[in-house]
Structures are given as C-alpha cells and as structure tokens.
Design a protein around this ligand. Structure first.
Ligand code: NI
Length: 183
C-alpha cells in the first residue's frame, strides 16, 4: 500500500480507455491493493475522487470520498468511501447543472462544466458485490468526472466556454460565488 505519483495532463495513460476488471480478479490481493493505493493517494492529495488511470493503472476502478472539512471543495456534502469497480452510468435527469471542477491530474485549474444533474450508477465492490446508486447534484458531477477518467476524458474536454477556465486563485477571487458552491 502506498501513495503514488499522480499522472498529469500530457501523460498518454490519462487518454487511454481502461479495461474492465475481469471476473477472476474480483476479491484478489491485486485489486484490494489497487484500491488501497487509490485511497491513500486520494487522501494524500486531499482529492475527493481518484481513478486508477491517474496512477497509471488502466483498469475501470475509481474511489470517491468527500470528507467533512475537506479543503479542496469545502462546500461539498460528505459521503462515505465509495469504491467503484466497472461502473456503468445511466442519465435519469439530463437537466444540465454547472459546477467548477478541478482534477488532481490538471493541478491548479478550475473549469465550469455542465453535466446531467441526476444519474444512476451500477457498479461492483472490490469483492464483486453489485451496487446501485442514484447520485444527484454535486455528487452526480463527481461520479461523472471519475467515470470519464476511465474513458480517457478529462474535465477540460467538457468545457463549453473556455472563458470559464481559471487558475485556482483567480477562480476564488473572481468566479467563486454561492451559486457555484462547492468551491
Ligand atoms: Ni480528475
């Protein structure tokens, strides 16, 4: 178990499509180690989500955990730790919602991205147990951001207005408002 270096924009692995975890790999030491490494790396960088390709492992695995008092997105509602293996996404309500997203692989930037506000996600636990969640609002955006990583997509690809891309300091000074929470 350990904290990994996070691949940054420009690394080709961030642009590749990750492979599903195959049946015999569920509940394996390798999969549990990958999840432990993702969680440790996410915590070390105060992220609220991290996908396996961001540490150079091209499998369809991601973790999400919004902790109370997190500093990167202080307004976000806390969640427990969610480990998504082979997630599949269905849109329940396509109404676009806009949040300023950041990414540990695109450090120092925030950009406003519109995504469907309510989705369903079917996925499996590392031990293989099927799970179903229907996140909405900011959490729906977090799920879509992480699942995008598994297909080689970054939030900057989703920008529709590049005037809504800013360095973090300028975002906080000029763009962060109550309506763009969490900051
Ligand atoms: Ni990201």
């Amino acid at each position: 178990m350990g904290v990994h270096r996070i691949l940054r924009l420009g690394h080709p692995d961030l642009r590749r499509t990750s492979a599903p975890v195959v049946e015999e790999d569920f509940d394996s030491p390798e999969l549990h180690r990958l999840v432990d490494d993702l969680v440790a790396t996410m915590h070390a960088h105060e992220g609220l989500g991290l996908a396996a390709p961001q540490i150079g492992n091209l499998r369809r695995v991601a973790v999400i955990e919004i902790q109370p008092g997190n500093t990167r997105y202080p307004g976000a509602v806390p969640t427990g730790r969610l480990v998504l293996v082979n997630p599949a996404l269905t849109v329940l309500d396509p109404t676009p919602q806009r949040y300023w997203e950041g990414c540990l692989s695109v450090p120092g930037l925030r950009g406003e991205v519109a995504r469907p506000r309510h989705i369903a996600v079917d996925y499996r636990d590392p031990d293989g147990t099927p799970r179903h969640l229907e996140p909405e609002d900011f959490l729906a955006t977090v799920f879509q951001h992480e699942i995008d990583h598994l297909d080689g997509t970054l939030f900057i690809d989703r920008l529709t207005d590049t005037t809504r891309l800013a360095f973090l300091d300028e975002y906080r000074e000029f763009h962060a408002t109550a309506s763009s929470n969490p900051t």
